[in-house]
Write a protein that binds this ligand. Structure first.
Ligand SMILES: [Zn+2]
Length: 486
């Protein structure tokens, strides 16, 4: 599936690793995560992740794993395993199937609660409920003239809103003389606010003792309506909403209808205004007002792992040039790098880490007898020198990169960096198949580039010496088997 210069592109390879290989490894992590605190286990896990990084970036053999992990936004495996274990612990505790026996592996829940005390209040997740009997109807499309559909029909408009202050829901009805605002605070999502609007509507119908009417509840949240329409319910709030609607649909005909938001409807605009008032008012009383959505628990734990990954990166003793190029972890850089093809990502990796076909690096590995720069013959040829300083390639730099001050500035313009590397002849070095064409326009063009000439004679030998041995998924599989016996 993956070779040195052929096979799946980096983005797909990373996706396969994240969605197939890593989850396989995390199976049962809740029980065995304490082993990830052992040095030898961390080493084994790092070796496994290194195979994935090498397959994605096509790096040279000596490229540091930590630098590639930062480039690809992959936290060290032991951190990821601990994160998945914590997530499972919170989920099991929410579902009331967690027993705290005091055994080592159960300590992760306390760790999570110490870090995020708000999670002690529980989350929105419940055991799966399968419900087929629903007396209310759900209409996911809009009628052209719903305002005048049925004059006897009672109409209630609901809406949710979220701002920096928090979220809030609004429920409005002229027919039932209803105008309700509910502030929900900072921890609840707009989905929950929309759902709360429908719950308020159902509660108000019960309180006003409306009987024998046809009631149409409008919501502009297709997600909430689809969750209510589904036969499988895993959210506490959606289950509560379902129960309230079943209660009022005993004696009334209830239809929930989707309506396009901000579309000039008077009722919807009024509900929207009420929701805004709720979101800007801030919560009254202790938060969270509603149980925290489980998706938020995941994002909290992900950001915590990100923080630990940053600390892990800053504490690395080596990786001098990689740290110069990437002083912090950047999601934007990862996204840009994953847009590149295999050969180009390999080139950029060599610039970021310094582990590539640069004379300084080749000299250290014993592949050349001089570390001097091929472009200017004045100083050592490092990635930073070639990209930032070398006078021999100044015209190429001016054309593709302008006048960058440092490597992080260069990495803001990956397209320009790739153009520069191709311009100076690095593309041929990164992809020996281009050089092995004895005759052809490509070779003649390459020969005129500053960084093509010096080592072309022995290029095949050097490349075979230096290029990394790229793994295949077959070897991952055997590695997984050996790694899983801690
Ligand atoms: Zn130079």
């Amino acid at each position: 599936m993956i070779g040195k210069r052929w096979g799946l592109n980096p983005k797909i390879t990373l996706w396969l690793y994240k969605t197939i290989v890593r989850p396989m490894l995390c199976y049962g992590a809740l029980v065995w995560w304490p082993r990830t605190n052992l040095g030898n286990v961390r080493d084994k896990l790092q070796r496994l992740q290194r195979l994935a990084c090498a397959a994605i970036t096509g790096c040279t053999k000596s490229t540091p794993t930590a630098a590639m992990e930062v480039m690809l936004g992959l936290p060290p495996l032991y951190l990821h395993i601990q994160q998945e274990a914590s997530l499972s612990a919170v989920r099991l505790n929410t579902l009331n199937i967690w027993s705290n026996t005091g055994v080592l592996h159960t300590k992760c829940l306390e760790k999570v609660y110490d870090e995020f005390p708000i999670l002690r209040s529980g989350t929105d997740r419940i055991q799966k409920h399968v419900i087929f009997d629903k007396r209310y109807k759900i209409q996911l499309y809009e009628d052209d003239n719903y305002e005048g559909l049925n004059p006897k029909e009672l109409r209630i408009f609901t809406d949710g809103s979220k701002t920096d202050n928090g979220s809030g829901s609004g429920t409005f009805s002229e027919d039932l003389n209803m105008s309700i605002t509910t502030p929900l605070g900072a921890h609840n999502s707009v989905f929950q606010a929309e759902c709360m609007g429908i719950i308020n509507a159902a509660a108000a119908i019960t309180a006003r003792k409306v009987v024998g009417s046809s009631i149409r509840i409008f919501s502009d949240s297709r997600a909430v309506l689809m969750a209510l329409r589904s036969h499988l319910i895993t959210s506490k709030l959606i289950h509560e909403c379902h129960k309230r609607l079943m209660e009022v649909s005993h004696k009334n005909e209830i239809i929930l209808q989707w309506i396009k938001g901000h579309n000039g409807s008077r009722g919807n605009d009024a509900a929207d205004e009420l929701a805004r008032q709720g979101s800007s008012a801030g919560a009254i009383g202790p938060e969270p007002i509603l149980p925290i959505p489980f998706s938020k628990v995941r994002s909290m734990l992900l950001s915590y792992t990100g923080k630990l990954h940053t600390a892990h990166w800053l504490n690395q003793t080596g990786c001098r040039q990689s740290k110069m190029a990437m002083p912090s972890i950047s999601e934007k850089l990862t996204r840009t790098l994953l847009q590149l093809g295999k050969v180009r990502l390999r080139m950029v990796t060599s610039v970021i880490t310094g582990h590539g076909l640069f004379n300084k690096h080749l000299f250290i590995t014993g592949a050349t007898d001089s570390p001097l720069c091929r472009g200017c013959m004045e100083t050592e040829e490092t990635a930073a020198h070639v990209v930032l300083e070398c006078s021999g390639v100044a015209p190429y730099r001016a054309k593709y990169l302008g006048s960058p001050r440092d490597l992080p500035e260069v990495l803001l313009n990956i397209k320009g960096l790739v153009g520069f590397l191709v311009g100076v002849g690095m593309a041929g070095l990164a992809n020996p198949s281009l050089i092995s064409r004895k005759i052809g326009a490509r070779r003649r063009v390459e020969e005129n580039r500053p960084f093509y000439n010096t080592i072309q004679g022995g290029i095949s030998l050097q490349v075979s010496l230096i290029q990394s041995k790229i793994c295949s998924f077959h070897s991952w599989h055997s590695f997984l088997e050996s790694t899983c016996t801690f």
